[in-house]
Design a protein around this ligand. Structure first.
Ligand code: NDP
Length: 310
């Protein structure tokens, strides 16, 4: 099987390099590779897809700057919407599968019940609207798998776990939001589930009966404050020299955290469809955080994480 991976330097893309390698030959594309993986040039990406004729295109590239998107909506829609539509059309023409990733931000974010894939999408901000445009674009190819996930983190890339551990080395007290709920999803889990699902749909050469939009998140839920305290506690147990202890992570409402873009208060995702369709078990969010903190607190990675910009 030949796979084209777009966005291979992102959190999820980096993990997909590993997990997709179990399926066949992975051609890696980023903004800088000879094979055009720059989603701001959708025609060139389409040409690359036609020239390579892969069995699967996995698109992990995205415009993910949630706050900045409020100021540059055209760019967010170009990368997250129009380019995805172009990739869907090109893959549909050659009969290949498209894997694409979407977000909890497509939902309104009210209530307390987990969202199901058939719920009405009413994004609050530009990023969510652009991701929804991508979902609509992706399904133009009948052979699609769209995974809506939430709160992505891992050892590679910029994310909340790294930011909070870094902040805990610099300050004695922290304030973290306690009224936004969801599940921190390890990029490695997303990549592994992608490979399992792809193996099912491509290897069995089935029709597109299992194509669709799926929620992909670990089991359990939490809010950012509990998530921060858990990561700090795990890091301290591993001897990380932190100043802010879990009891010094103060709970604040989102209204007090002046973010430019509105964020959903309820990002809980019901994953029944994914588990049922592909027979997948999903670990708890704590298992993912524990594993990543264990990696991050190893000396060379710890030093590097503290130096990272975000
Ligand atoms: P990252 O921000 O870690 O990675 C995004 C990648 O997209 C980067 O490698 C970036 O390239 C690349 N990219 C940005 N613009 C372009 C462009 N014009 N052309 C080509 N590549 C581009 O994202 P994640 O891995 O965290 O996210 C993966 C998917 O999951 C995305 O679809 C995202 O919307 C979705 N998601 C993410 C969440 C999160 O918390 N991060 C939550 C829910 C969903 P470069 O490295 O060169 O900057």
């Amino acid at each position: 099987m030949k796979l084209l991976l777009l966005g291979a330097n992102g959190q999820v893309g980096w993990q997909l390099r590993r997990s997709l390698a179990t399926l066949g030959d992975v051609v890696v594309a980023t903004r800088d590779t000879d094979i055009c993986g720059d989603l701001s040039q959708p025609r060139r990406v389409q040409e690359a897809i036609r020239a390579l004729a892969p069995d699967v295109v996995v698109n992990a590239a995205a415009y993910t700057a949630v706050d900045r998107a409020e100021e540059e909506p055209e760019l967010a829609f170009a990368i997250n919407g129009k380019a995805v539509e172009a990739i869907a059309d090109a893959t549909a023409q050659i009969g290949s599968w498209l894997v694409h990733y979407s977000s909890d931000y497509v939902y309104r974010g009210d209530g307390t019940e987990p969202w199901v894939e058939t719920d009405v999408c009413e994004p609050l901000g530009i990023y969510g609207k652009s991701k929804l445009a991508g979902d609509i674009g992706a399904v133009r190819n009948p052979r699609h798998l769209v995974f809506r996930t939430s709160w992505v983190f891992d050892t590679w890339g910029g994310n909340f776990v790294k930011s909070i551990l870094k902040a805990a080395t610099q300050r004695d007290e922290l304030k973290v939001v306690c009224d936004q709920w969801g599940a921190p999803t390890r990029a490695a889990l997303i990549a592994d589930v992608t490979a399992v699902a792809l193996r099912e749909v491509v290897r069995t050469r089935e029709d597109a009966s299992r194509a669709g939009i799926y929620h992909l998140a670990p089991s359990g839920d939490t809010h950012w404050n509990e998530y921060a305290r858990f990561a700090i506690s795990e890091a301290m147990q591993r001897g990380a020299p932190l100043r802010a202890t879990p009891d010094k992570v103060h709970a604040i409402p989102a209204a007090e955290y002046a973010a430019k873009a509105p964020r959903p208060a309820n990002s809980r995702l019901d994953t029944s469809r994914l588990r049922r369709t592909f027979g997948i078990a999903l670990p708890t969010w704590q298992e993912g955080v524990r594993a990543v903190v264990a990696e991050l607190t190893q000396p060379p990675l710890w030093d590097a994480a503290l130096k990272e910009r975000k």
